[in-house]
Structures are given as C-alpha cells and as structure tokens.
Design a protein around this ligand. Structure first.
Ligand SMILES: [Zn+2]
Length: 176
C-alpha cells in the first residue's frame, strides 16, 4: 500500500492519430527522477509531458491492430502533500557526476486546472566518489531556518551555502 500523501498519481492518455481511439492508464510516482540541469522546475515540468509517439516508438493501437503514430499525455490527477525528487547523478557502473544543482525554493506542479506550489523543506546529500562508497548527510528547514545533519552533529546553515554539488534528494511540501 502506497501512502497517498507522498504519491503523485497521473492519468496517461494515448490517442491514435488514425482512428482517434484513446487508451487510458493510471501511473503513480513516489520519486520523480530529474537529470542534472540548471532548472529543476523545467525538468519536473517536462516529466509530466505530452509527446508524439512515432517511428520506433509508435503505438500499438488496439483498434487499428497495427502500430500507429499517437499523442501521449501524462497529467497529474492527484497532488500529494510531499514531493520527492531524485537527482540522477549516477550512471551505468555507479560513476558519479558531481555538478552543482541549485534547486528552486518553490516548485509548481500543474494539472489540467491549476498550478500547486510546493516549498523546499529538506535535502539529502551523497558525499563520495561512487554509488557504493560514501556518506549521506541531510539538510532540513524548520521555521525558516536551515540545519545540516551529519550523523549526530547538527549545525545551522544558510540555504545558499548548502553543498549543491552533492545534492541527491529533494523534499518539497505543499504550501497552504
Ligand atoms: Zn488506431
């Protein structure tokens, strides 16, 4: 059983470009993977996509009985209380890219009707050269003050001074 308050539910519609038949699937995500980029918001927006399925990716239409070009949309149907993003730092053999990722403090998720704002509340950092080696730390925001937690040691930290080169996970909370 997946907790609703951390699950993003989506409705994925695929429409055949020839017969216009639409097939609908439900998808749910607890963690949204995002590539290393200068804009986390844009990466998240493009995750909830509308794409054309053509060529090798053409859609196997039930009604036509053959592969057809199709349009596919992925629209959020349930906005959770918390959203988790995972930075894709690790490649094939656990190799790590330690480029800086500076996140936006506010993230907006959209459905068909509205945008819902989320505020950044916490981060997890992986410090180390590969996926199999390293040490995790985290930063949390309590009453607008950021704290860095490193095993039993906790210290205050300015948001701008957080180590954004080791950022691995982001936690956002729905704003009221
Ligand atoms: Zn069709």
């Amino acid at each position: 059983m997946v907790p609703e308050n951390i699950t993003i539910q989506c409705k994925q519609d695929t429409q055949c470009c020839v017969c216009n038949n639409v097939s609908t699937h439900s998808l749910s995500y607890i963690i949204i993977p995002v590539p290393i980029s200068s804009s986390i918001s844009e990466s998240v927006e493009s995750f909830f996509y509308t794409v054309s399925l053509t060529g090798e990716n053409a859609y196997d239409c039930n009604r036509c009985g053959v592969k057809r070009d199709a349009d596919q949309s992925n629209v959020i149907s349930h906005m959770p209380e918390n959203v988790f993003l995972q930075i894709r730092r690790f490649k094939g053999l656990g190799e790590k890219d330690d480029a800086e990722v500076y996140p936006s403090e506010i993230l907006t998720l959209y459905n068909d009707f509205e945008g819902v704002d989320y505020a950044i509340k916490g981060t997890v950092h992986h410090n180390g050269p590969t996926i199999s080696q390293g040490h995790y730390t985290s930063c949390v925001c309590v009453d607008n003050i950021w704290y860095k937690c490193d095993d039993s040691h906790t210290s205050r930290v300015r948001f701008e001074s957080i180590d954004w080169n080791s950022l691995y996970l982001l936690v956002y909370e729905k704003m009221i």
